[in-house]
Design a protein around this ligand. Sequence first.
Ligand code: PEP
Length: 266
Amino acid sequence: MERHSLTKGKDEADSGGMGKKYYIAGNWKMHKTRAEAAALAKELVQALKDGKHKYLIAPSFTLLETAAPLVKGTNIRLGAQNCAPEEQGAHTGEVSVLQLKELGVQTIILGHSERRHNYKEDDALINKKVHLALKHGFEVILCVGELLEEREAGKAEAVCERQTTEGLKGVAATELDRIVIAYEPVWAIGTGKTATPEDADSIHACIRKVFGKLYGAAAAEKLIIQYGGSVKADNVVALMAKENIDGALVGGAALKAETFVPIAKF
Ligand code: PEP
């Protein structure tokens, strides 16, 4: 996926003047039964079938088999929220990329702040998962973002630079079309506090610069950077209007069609 190809040509003509195609993803976290997941997936397929953007839902592992046939062949991608750092073996409680592949998963979210901070995943572990996911053909959404105390200490850019650089260590230029970065300031996740569009854009610009140092200006220009952190229908327009914001990773508001669809179709 190329940022340019999402922003030019037919998409531009079709997008009602917004001139840009965005990547809007819903992270369902550890919510929903299979019946609830099926109902939401069906509602989204119907509501977003004429949507102009790129879409993804990431249900829990146990819901993937339910959601897969419902989104297959639609404009909604199927994502997983994590994967094991190994292909298979004695790893009780883990889920392998091979198992995700078999279920039709196309994208894996890695390095989410809840994985980093609640489950102590470090950059090295996340990098190992990134490589494994890429090796098996998945698109990766690599999440980065600072804690409140890191922001208050003026370290937001440094944290995002480190998480981006370490998370992508060893990733080849040929794999970059399957890399998406999600900037999710930890203090804005599930709190109702959103980064101002200006603050978010400035960190996105910093991430793009870091990416440019690693892979060159052309690759940086194509990179899709989503913003995540209490995205809602009433703030999505202002956030997406910013030059360096190319989509959204949505948590709480992704759990109901009535809150996700207005974001997805902004
Ligand atoms: C998330 O968990 O990725 C997220 C952004 O959550 P919320 O939208 O609820 O802040």
